[in-house]
Design a protein around this ligand. Structure first.
Ligand SMILES: C[S@@+](CC[C@H](N)C(=O)[O-])C[C@H]1O[C@@H](n2cnc3c(N)ncnc32)[C@H](O)[C@@H]1O
Length: 319
């Protein structure tokens, strides 16, 4: 836990802190964390309620935080960064701010890019409205980068923890058996390759978390973490019932769940320095990982605590 800070609330496996990300990260022990998974404020043209850095200043703002993240990771630790793209103000062209940051995270901070993933989110708004809906000169943006970095080149990972159900074609192939064949590319497929399967299909790096993907439902019994958002989300209902604000930019629970399963084992420590509604902490706890959440706003922390019902310990740091 961050040295000298009192938690806002505690649960069986984690604690949440009301703090500035950089300040709290500086107080965490070097080499103590298996995974940092987070979605910081993006550099948006239209700002959210919690404020967003400008595209031009973004790397200058984020790099000191990234250095602390790298310091607290174990040598085999991972950093997963969900950072949406942005537009040039007043123009129908894309900003390159996040690509500049990506290069700096590798070239200046020393991270290794383990894999670039993309979160397919068809529920994104058709924005900027001027270019997409009014002038009709751009199409709807529906992917967000999710970059997976290692502190070193070989972060702990096991893709057998994130297998998905086989599709109908593979099920058929397993039933009838694979004959030896040569693909048009020249690749030779050996007989029996598909026999019995390998426990599930290896997911692609285009991450899709819709209901059809079966992502996250298994966490439903544990905590208020189901759903993609909207009125059906148990977290949203709990916030409304308590008269507390609903966080406006949550990621789906299945997103941190994917990387927590892929990159950590039970008992490992997972940190989210821009925790918002603490989706990460709730999912980490449901999966038996320890967690630390850092969030600047007390109102978001109060709402996030509802994910634990009555189980979260009292707020020790009234704000
Ligand atoms: C995109 S949201 C994260 C949402 C989160 N992934 C979830 O599922 O709820 C970013 C959060 O970072 C918080 N934030 C912004 N600047 C911060 C800072 N310097 N330190 C800590 N938190 C900060 C904002 O208040 C906001 O809640």
């Amino acid at each position: 836990m961050p040295d000298g800070m009192k938690p806002f609330y505690c649960t069986a496996l984690g604690s949440a802190y009301r703090a500035d990300a950089l300040d709290a990260l500086r107080r965490l022990e070097t080499g103590s964390v298996a995974l940092v998974v987070t979605s910081p404020p993006y550099a948006l043209v239209t700002k959210k309620a919690y404020g967003n850095p400008a595209t031009g200043d973004y790397a200058a703002w984020f790099l000191p935080i990234a250095r602390e993240i790298r310091r607290i990771l174990r040598p085999d630790g991972s950093f997963v960064l969900n950072l949406g793209g942005s537009w040039t103000p007043g123009q129908p062209t894309r900003s390159l701010y996040h690509y500049r940051l990506l290069l700096a995270l590798v070239d200046e901070v020393g991270f290794h890019l383990a894999q670039e993933c993309y979160w397919y989110n068809p529920a994104k708004m058709p924005a900027p409205a001027e270019w997409v809906c009014v002038r009709r000169v751009r199409v709807k943006d529906s992917v967000e980068p999710v970059w997976w970095f290692g502190k070193g080149p070989h972060p702990q990972a096991d893709n057998r923890q994130v297998l998905r159900p086989y599709g109908p074609a593979m099920v058929k192939l397993m039933e009838r058996g694979q004959k030896p064949s040569t693909r048009p590319s020249g690749h030779r497929v050996r007989a029996g390759w598909a026999a019995g399967g390998h426990g599930g299909s290896i997911p692609p790096n285009l991450l899709s978390f819709g209901a059809a993907d079966g992502a996250g439902e298994d966490l439903a019994d544990h905590l208020l973490v189901t759903g993609q958002g909207g009125a059906k989300d148990a977290y949203v209902r709990a916030c409304r019932a308590a008269g507390l604000p609903v966080h406006p930019a949550r990621f789906p629970p299945a997103l941190p769940a994917f990387f927590i399963r892929l990159c950590t084992v039970p008992g490992d420590v997972v940190v989210d320095p821009f925790a918002g509604s603490n989706t990460t902490g709730a999912v980490a706890e449901a999966l038996g990982r320890r967690w630390i959440a850092i969030e600047a706003r007390a109102d978001y922390l109060r709402s996030s605590r509802l994910r634990w019902g009555r189980e979260a310990g009292p707020a020790k740091h009234a704000a």
